[in-house]
Unconditional design. Structure first.
Length: 201
């Protein structure tokens, strides 16, 4: 829940918008309930009048959240009911795969999963089946088991150094990153390493 903690004068209305142009109204009142799937922006506008003077205050709200795998339904990464936020992670989402989930996630053959930061907790497991792909736009925290089959993991972070955790990988690609990439342990690459931009390893 997002809450407006500013002091709003009597007679003023707080409205929440989804865009900077203030054309997509999400709701009004001091609070707004939203499902947060990673990084998002909201715009809060307090509107009211005092005699002949109309006052409008607009602020931008930045929200960051995590989406945790539950596995309540099955092993399908792309099933929304398997995620705590009820949506599948995207390139802005910090995703967590915990130990003890009902089912462990599988990205099925031929499909591509997207995350910002991905944490595979100790005792948890993520399977990239067949020629599936995983795009990581932030960091990979690999404490648990990552089964890569003949898949490709694309490290696409471009804001600072790409840190590649220890472990086995089949195919790996590094996107354009002027900060370079660094190995945090022993990495075994079974097939191809592809540079899709300028990146120093």
């Amino acid at each position: 829940m997002l809450t407006n903690t500013a002091t709003v004068p009597s007679g003023y209305i707080t409205r929440w918008y989804d865009d900077a142009a203030l054309t997509v109204l999400l709701g009004q009142g001091n609070s707004l309930i939203r499902v947060v799937n990673g990084l998002d922006y909201y715009y809060v506008r307090n509107e009211g009048s005092n005699g002949c003077v109309t006052r409008v205050d607009t602020v931008m709200v930045f929200v960051s959240g995590s989406n945790t795998w539950t596995g309540n339904t099955n092993t399908n990464w792309f099933n929304t009911t398997n995620w705590s936020c009820g949506v599948v992670p995207n390139s802005l989402t910090n995703a967590i795969i915990p130990a003890g989930a009902t089912n462990m996630p599988i990205v099925v053959n031929g499909l591509t999963a997207n995350v910002h930061n991905l944490t595979i907790q100790l005792g948890a497991q993520l399977t990239l089946q067949g020629s599936s792909s995983l795009n990581i736009y932030g960091n990979l925290n690999r404490l648990g088991n990552l089964i890569t089959s003949i898949s490709t993991i694309n490290f696409l972070k471009n804001t600072d150094t790409i840190f590649i955790p220890a472990g086995n990988y089949h195919n790996m690609s590094l996107g354009a990153n002027s900060f370079g990439a660094s190995l945090t342990g022993n990495v075994t690459l079974e097939n191809n390493l592809l540079f899709t931009g300028n990146c120093i390893l």
